[in-house]
Design a protein around this ligand. Structure first.
Ligand code: ADP
Ligand code: MG
Length: 485
C-alpha cells in the first residue's frame, strides 16, 4: 500500500517528506539551541508565570527546573530595584527590551543579570534570555580599583616616573618627575623621551651607552648629570626598564645632588679633621729645628763661597717653603687666638687686595672690586677671613701667568647671607678635579702645597658658610663664598 501510494504520488510525497525533514531539523536545532545555550532562556505567560526554562536558566537562578516552573519572574526581582516598573512599561510599549537588573536568588545571592526580553515570541508565550554579568561587573570593578591603585602609586611615589611607548613617546609622567625636572605645568605627553633627555644637555656618550643597554638587556641604571636650567646642574639616579607592561617602558629617577654633595662634604671634613690632628702634633715638632736651621744658615751667608751660592739660594728658598707649609698647617692645628667679632667684611677685603696688589701687578694682573654699599656686618674672625681671601686671590693670580683680570664681588644674598665671589680668567678646572679642591695636598703646581684651599674650606666651614666653585675650561673659574649674616 505504502509502496503503491508511494509510486502513485511520487512527486507530492517527496515534497511532504522534505518539509517534514526541514521541520524536524528546525525543531531539533531549536531544541538543541534551547538546551545547550549558555544563556538562560525562560518562557513565561502573560502575568510573568514561568512556563519553560533551559539548563542554563536553572544554573543562573540557582533552582531546579521543577522549582522554576512553579515560580513567577517577579519572584526573582530584587525588591529594592526601582528600575523594574520602568523596564516592564518599556517592554509593553516596544514589544522587546534589552537591559540589566539585579535579581535575588532563592539562596539569598544577588546577581546582576543582563537580559533580552521579547513579547509573544513563541506560541503566544514571552521569552527572556538571561546572562549573568556579576562576574564581569566584579572584574570590571577590580580592574578599575587596580588601575586606581597603580595610578595612586604612580602619582604618590617618592621618585619621578615617566612611561613611554614603543615609539619613544611619553605616555605619562608623575608630579614628582615634573618637579625634579623643573618642568612645572608643561605637558610632555606625546613628546619624544629621547629629545627631552637630550634637551637637558646630558653627556651624549653616556646617554647612548644607557639606551643601548635598555635596547639590548631590557634595562639600564646609573647616574646622569642634567642641566635643569641654564645655571643649575643636578645629578639624577635612574633606573629604566624596557617593556614593563603592554609595550610601555618605565624610567624612575630621583635627584641625588644633595646626597652627593653631603657625601663629598663629609669626606672632606673627615680628612680635614684627621689632618688637623696630625698637624697639631707635627708642626710644632718641625718648627723648632726649623728655627735653628734658619738661624744658622743666615750666619753662614757671608762665609759662603761664590761657586756655592746657588746651593745656598736653593736651601734658603726651600726652607722658606717648608716654613710656609708649616704655617698653613698650624692654622689647622690651633684654633689659636680665634676671636670672632662683628666686622665690616669689605674692609678686610680691601686690606687684602691692597696687600696683594704688588704681586698682581708683577704678573700683569688687575684686581677689580665691586662692593655693595652698606653690607651687613659679619660675625667672623678677621685674620682667618683675610687668610681665605689671600688664598683665593693668590690662586687666581697664579692661574693667569699671562695676566688678566680678577673680579671681586661682595653683595648681600637673598637668604640673610653675604655672597662673595672671586672670578679669574685662568685655564679653568676640569670637572673631575673640582671634587678634589680642598683635599689636602691636592695641587697641580710644581711648587704648590695643596693646602691653601684646604685651609680656606676649613675656615669657611667654621664660619658656617659654604663655598661653591664654578669653572669653565679656557674661560676661567669663580669661587663663590656664602657667609651667614
Ligand atoms: P696650591 O695653590 O698650593 O696648589 P691650593 O689648595 O691653593 O694649593 O689649590 C689647589 C689646586 O687647586 C691648585 O693647584 C690648582 O690646581 C687648583 N686651583 C685652585 N684655584 C684655582 C683657580 N682659580 N683656577 C684654576 N685652578 C685652581
Ligand atoms: Mg694656593
Amino acid at each position: 500500500m505504502t509502496l503503491n501510494n508511494g509510486n502513485l504520488s511520487k512527486g507530492f510525497d517527496r515534497t511532504i517528506k522534505k518539509n517534514n525533514i526541514n521541520e524536524k531539523i528546525n525543531k531539533d536545532l531549536y531544541k538543541d539551541l534551547f538546551i545547550e545555550a549558555l544563556e538562560g532562556i525562560v518562557f513565561w505567560s502573560a502575568n510573568g508565570k514561568i512556563v519553560q526554562v533551559n539548563e542554563a536558566a536553572c544554573r543562573i537562578f540557582e533552582s531546579s527546573k521543577d522549582e522554576l516552573l512553579t515560580k513567577n519572574l517577579k519572584d526573582f526581582v530584587y525588591p529594592k530595584n526601582s528600575n523594574f516598573m520602568r523596564i516592564v512599561n518599556q517592554l509593553l510599549e516596544r514589544g522587546s527590551i534589552r537591559d540589566e537588573l539585579d535579581f535575588l536568588m532563592p539562596n539569598g545571592q544577588i546577581k546582576s543579570l543582563e537580559f533580552t526580553a521579547k513579547l509573544n515570541s513563541v506560541d503566544g508565550y514571552h521569552m527572556t534570555i538571561f546572562r549573568n554579568v556579576t562576574d564581569r561587573h566584579q572584574m570590571e570593578k577590580e580592574l578599575r580599583e587596580s588601575e586606581l591603585k597603580f595610578r595612586k602609586v604612580f602619582e604618590e611615589a617618592l621618585e619621578g616616573m615617566i612611561l613611554w611607548n614603543e615609539k619613544y613617546e611619553v605616555v605619562d609622567i608623575n608630579q614628582v618627575g615634573m618637579s625634579i625636572l623643573h618642568l612645572p605645568g608643561k605637558s610632555l605627553i606625546g613628546q619624544s623621551i629621547i629629545q627631552i633627555i637630550e634637551d637637558f644637555n646630558v653627556n651624549k656618550e653616556e646617554l647612548y651607552h644607557h639606551s643601548e643597554n635598555v635596547r639590548k638587556n631590557g634595562y639600564a641604571n646609573g647616574v646622569l648629570q642634567i642641566n635643569v636650567t641654564s645655571d643649575r646642574k643636578i645629578y639624577i639616579e635612574f633606573s629604566a626598564k624596557h617593556n614593563v607592561f603592554s609595550k610601555l617602558s618605565l624610567i624612575s629617577f630621583k635627584d641625588i645632588t644633595e646626597k652627593l654633595e653631603m657625601e663629598e662634604q663629609l669626606k672632606k671634613s673627615d680628612t680635614l679633621s684627621v689632618v688637623g690632628e696630625l698637624a697639631a702634633g707635627i708642626a710644632h715638632e718641625i718648627r723648632n729645628p726649623m728655627t735653628a736651621l734658619k738661624g744658622f744658615i743666615q750666619l753662614l751667608e757671608d762665609s759662603i763661597q761664590e761657586d756655592h751660592s746657588m746651593y745656598f739660594n736653593i736651601i734658603s728658598s726651600e726652607l722658606k717653603r717648608i716654613d710656609s707649609i708649616i704655617n698653613e698647617f698650624l692654622i689647622l692645628a690651633k684654633p689659636q687666638a680665634v676671636k670672632f667679632i662683628r666686622k665690616n667684611i669689605i674692609e678686610i677685603m680691601k686690606e687684602t687686595v691692597e696687600f696683594l696688589n704688588a704681586q698682581a701687578v708683577l704678573h700683569n694682573v688687575q684686581i677689580q672690586t665691586y662692593f655693595e654699599k652698606e653690607l651687613p656686618l659679619i660675625f667672623c674672625e678677621p685674620n682667618q677671613m683675610k687668610k681665605v681671601f689671600i688664598n683665593l686671590i693668590k690662586n687666581a693670580i697664579e692661574v693667569m701667568p699671562k695676566g688678566g683680570i680678577i673680579t671681586v664681588l661682595m653683595e648681600s644674598a637673598s637668604d640673610q647671607s653675604i655672597h662673595i665671589s672671586i672670578r679669574d680668567e685662568g685655564a679653568g678646572i676640569p670637572s673631575d678635579k673640582i671634587k678634589k679642591l680642598g683635599q689636602p695636598f691636592f695641587t697641580t703646581k710644581e711648587k704648590g702645597t695643596g693646602l691653601g684651599l684646604m685651609v680656606t674650606y676649613k675656615i669657611i666651614e667654621e664660619h658656617k658658610g659654604s663655598i661653591v666653585v664654578e669653572s669653565e675650561l679656557g674661560v676661567g673659574s669663580v669661587f663663590h663664598i656664602y657667609l651667614p649674616c
